[in-house]
Write a protein that binds this ligand. Structure first.
Ligand SMILES: [Zn+2]
Length: 361
């Protein structure tokens, strides 16, 4: 275990944080996350590597040239590429796309070269993006690009998605692949975005039974979520024997997120990261959804501490820093669960785990 706690790589730069701050759905979030990481004194416990802007050629490893042209250069027909409604064009869009992708590629390269066993890129994790279409606030699918880059060295990759929403873009990209297994824990139901991820085990052709979904009901508490994650995660790691793991840590399942579907605290995400680190595979950790800036910063700053082996050093109170005023009224690092019922039972979670175990064969 001790070697796995060698300094993780944290990918960020002034430019990449500024670029991420421009995304309308998460405007200003990246600044808060990194200010809290700094305030917790974690800078000396990580190796900071600068995110770079991905090139057109790198974006085209997954995305179509027409789509890259539409996103990065003005003057295309937006409606053809989903650049409407929730995914409208915004000032700085090309910069956001290039740094979100480039940062994840830098993190993947740190694992490929062996500079670290854990690489973190909180501005990544845009899991809904399609080959030629923006979707769900995701203009680029850096998770797919990161997996493709990891494949240069690692033959079998496990992608795990903790976001409240189904990791549909990543599943779709690899549903035919025998080399990538996707596991998404989320809430899925009719009318809830993106509307997929209902079946436990999916996948096509050579990728059959390689797309795994754990669909949890509203109110999921920490024990429900981590219980399902650990049971299914162990099963998948044992059967698939991945050489590297990608963990998308979208934290819109936190109790204080405006979605108010799951009822999680940062304890659940910390436990999921610890379990993934204990699998002792090169680990790429990405961000994702999370629509309360202060709770998202609490979560990812804590996960950064966990990655450094300093999870138990996190203080009870949010330390003094420029955004402290946004953490009131309690100013605590912990977030509380709400007093709502967990619609999942131990039996319902067991039934999901058993169904997946049965179908994985
Ligand atoms: Zn989400």
């Amino acid at each position: 275990m001790s070697t796995h706690y060698s300094k993780p790589v944290l990918v960020r730069s002034v430019q990449s944080i500024q670029a991420a701050d421009l995304l309308p759905a998460n405007a200003g979030r990246a600044s808060r996350v990194h200010a809290l990481i700094n305030a917790l004194g974690l800078k000396d416990s990580v190796q900071i590597e600068a995110a770079r802007a991905a090139t057109d050629e790198e974006l085209c490893m997954f995305h179509s040239a027409e789509y890259v042209r539409a996103v990065c250069y003005a003057g295309s027909d937006e409606s053809d590429f989903g650049l409407v409604h929730g995914c409208s064009r915004f000032v700085g869009m090309a910069s956001h796309v290039r740094y979100a992708a480039g940062g994840t590629l830098v993190a993947a390269e740190a694992l490929i070269t062996g500079r670290t066993r854990t690489a973190l890129h909180w501005e990544g994790g845009r899991h809904h993006g399609r080959r030629a279409r923006a979707a769900g606030f995701c203009y680029i699918n850096d998770a797919v690009l990161g997996i493709l880059r990891l494949q240069q060295r690692f033959s079998r990759i496990l992608y795990i998605d903790l976001d409240l929403h189904h990791g549909d873009g990543v599943q779709l990209a690899f549903e035919h692949s025998a080399r990538v297994t996707t596991l998404s824990l989320h809430h899925a139901s009719r009318g809830f975005y993106p509307g997929t991820g209902l079946a436990c085990v999916e996948g096509r052709g050579r990728g059959q039974r390689r797309s795994i979904n754990v669909n949890l009901q509203p109110g999921a508490r920490d024990g429900t979520f981590t219980g399902a994650y650990s049971a299914v995660g162990e099963l998948v790691v044992e059967r698939f024997a991945p050489d590297a793991v990608v963990l998308q840590c979208g934290c819109d399942g936190l109790a204080g997120d405006p979605h108010k579907v799951f009822n999680l605290t940062t304890d659940a995400y910390a436990e999921c990261l610890r379990v993934a680190m204990a699998w002792a595979r090169p680990l790429l950790v990405l961000g994702g959804g999370g629509y309360s800036h202060s709770d998202c910063a609490r979560c990812w700053a804590r996960l950064t501490a966990v990655a450094c082996g300093r999870g138990s050093d996190v203080p009870a109170d949010v330390p003094e820093h420029e955004f402290l005023g946004e953490y009131g009224p309690g100013f605590e690092m912990a977030v509380d669960a709400m007093r709502v019922a967990d619609e999942n039972s131990a039996e319902s979670v067991r039934a999901i785990v058993d169904a997946i175990a049965g179908q994985l064969g």
